[in-house]
Ligand binder design. Structure first.
Ligand SMILES: [Zn+2]
Ligand SMILES: [Zn+2]
Length: 165
């Protein structure tokens, strides 16, 4: 469901979302995110503020992330609110609104239509840690045999492991 930005009443528009895990499409550029482990609930409110349009919202879900060290998926809870300001450039004609926002690539805007799914997706990506770790103590993979050192102890010698680095 897309929202027409040329038609926002002064009191704003609000939409609630409840998305199931299959909503998430794996993104090859974001391989830290395996997917959603549970449903995602969110709301978005859009309202005009002077020459800007404010997009305000909240989302909450449980994600499945991939650990940087051991490559195993682990659960990670995310609850975040967000606020995005869109500038309205001079009207082109009566209905067309031109939007600009320096800090963001406006993937979630298509003409005058705003795509809430895309906003939610971008907010998830923005909030996931750059360095994902299943636990602070994650031992990672053995650099020699590749086994997961959190689960097994391999027979590769410590000396060999060190010299590998
Ligand atoms: Zn790990
Ligand atoms: Zn090993």
């Amino acid at each position: 469901m897309k929202i027409d930005l040329t038609n926002i009443p002064s009191e704003g528009k609000k939409a609630d979302f409840r998305l199931t895990p299959d909503w998430w499409r794996p993104d090859p550029d974001e391989d830290r995110i395996v997917g959603l482990e549970g449903p995602l609930s969110a709301w978005i409110k859009i309202y005009p503020a002077g020459k800007k349009i404010v997009v305000e919202g909240f989302l909450s879900t449980r994600l499945l992330l991939r650990c940087d060290r051991c490559l195993e998926p682990y659960s990670w809870d995310l609850s975040t609110d967000f606020r995005i300001y869109l500038s309205i450039s001079p009207f082109k004609g009566e209905l067309e609104v031109e939007l600009s926002e320096d800090d963001l690539d406006l993937d979630f805007i298509d003409g005058n239509l705003l795509d809430p799914d895309q906003i939610i997706k971008e907010q998830i990506i923005l909030n996931v840690p750059v360095k994902t770790l299943c636990t602070r103590e994650c031992k990672g993979l053995c650099p020699i045999c590749g086994c997961n050192l959190n689960m097994t102890r391999c027979s590769c010698s410590l000396r060999d492991k060190k010299s590998f680095h």
